[in-house]
Design a protein around this ligand. Structure first.
Ligand code: NAP
Length: 303
């Protein structure tokens, strides 16, 4: 079956694109590898989206998915691995099937960057976490460390300081990339200990994480006993599978402007995986609207 618009990724950008596509009477297939909603489902309380002063990320995702589905968007839960242009259309290959579309919107978002330490993968769920709001409650009155110096790390440390006995904030520089106001709040918390100019170089565990080795810029190593390590060192856009049809910048983001057009006519990029300044829920939704509007223009001019 031929679809007018295939959307890869059913996060806020992809689902908004589906709403706009359906409202323009185009057929829409969303291909989602995990669960709809994307990374916003890990946010317990969204406070910065217009009209909804407080809503959980999970509820937000469910409402948008219901809205897109009620308008007639279809969804398959498969992992898209390739886009092949041929005969003026695109075949999106997944781990299960091939889907044909006249246009494609890549709205794959991003995944957690890892530290790349031995045993890091094995210890996920056994002390290592990439999501403080998901897993923080398991560390009530325990000792945890957060690695990173961006807004995620600072906000994670603040959140964990409400629960944990002690929070080490480990950052490779002595200046934070994240908001100074949050850093200032952290300085006022007695149970937050700053470990600056330092990186984590080893994880030590039996069944669960027990301690970490931290190395400072002079090369001195210290072992810190921790029950949990929250890794918040940024995210990596999930575009590599599509690099042949959508040109990427050095950091792996799709090069596309506000109109979301990639270098391949008929293929668009929307959301956190696109080159942009502000990666927020509202800008992801905005990209979805722009990408679908451009896809509809493309469809109407190529009839
Ligand atoms: P980020 O801003 O890219 O920060 C990543 C941090 O991890 C940086 O401090 C970086 O250090 C450090 N880092 C990177 N690789 C590392 C490694 N291998 N080992 C040790 N440290 C490493 O990522 P983010 O905090 O996830 O934020 C992503 C985006 O979302 C940002 O635009 C952020 O502002 C936004 N955000 C906004 C809010 C909000 O508005 N409330 C909340 C969360 C996130 P360097 O600083 O030395 O490079």
């Amino acid at each position: 079956m031929m679809h007018d618009i295939i959307i890869i990724g059913a996060g806020p950008a992809g689902m908004t694109a589906a709403i706009y596509g359906r409202r323009a009477s185009k057929t829409v297939l969303m291909i989602e590898a995990k669960s709809y909603g994307g990374q916003i489902i890990n946010t317990p309380d969204i406070e910065n989206y217009p009209v909804a002063p407080h809503i959980s990320g999970f509820d937000f995702a469910m409402k948008v998915f219901e809205q897109a589905t009620a308008l007639g968007a279809e969804t398959v839960f498969e992992k898209a691995v390739k886009i092949t242009p041929h005969d003026g259309i695109f075949t999106v290959t997944t781990n299960k099937a091939d889907h044909d579309g006249k246009t494609v919107i890549i709205a794959t978002g991003s995944e957690n960057r890892k530290l790349g330490l031995p045993d890091e993968d094995r210890l996920v769920g056994r002390g290592v976490s990439y999501c403080a709001t998901c897993d923080g409650a398991f560390f009530r009155s325990k000792t945890v460390a957060v690695v990173g110096g961006g807004n995620t790390a600072l906000e994670d440390a603040l959140y964990l300081s409400e629960l944990a006995k002690t929070v080490y904030l480990i950052h490779r520089r002595d200046e934070f990339r994240g908001a100074e106001a949050t850093a200032e709040q952290l300085r006022g918390r007695e149970n937050v200990k700053f470990v600056l100019n330092s990186t984590v170089t080893a994880l030590h565990a039996e069944k669960r994480l027990k301690s970490i080795t931290v190395k400072n810029k002079n090369g001195d190593e210290t072992e810190l006993e921790v029950n949990g390590l929250f890794v918040a060192v940024g995210r990596i856009p999930e575009n590599q599978n599509f690099a042949e049809v959508a040109e990427l910048d050095g950091a792996g983001y799709v090069i596309a402007g506000e109109d979301c057009r990639t270098n391949t006519p008929g293929i668009f990029a929307a959301g956190d995986n696109r080159v942009k300044e502000v990666r927020q829920l509202v800008t992801a939704a905005s990209d979805g609207a722009a990408a679908a509007t451009e896809a509809v223009k493309y469809l109407n001019s190529n009839r």
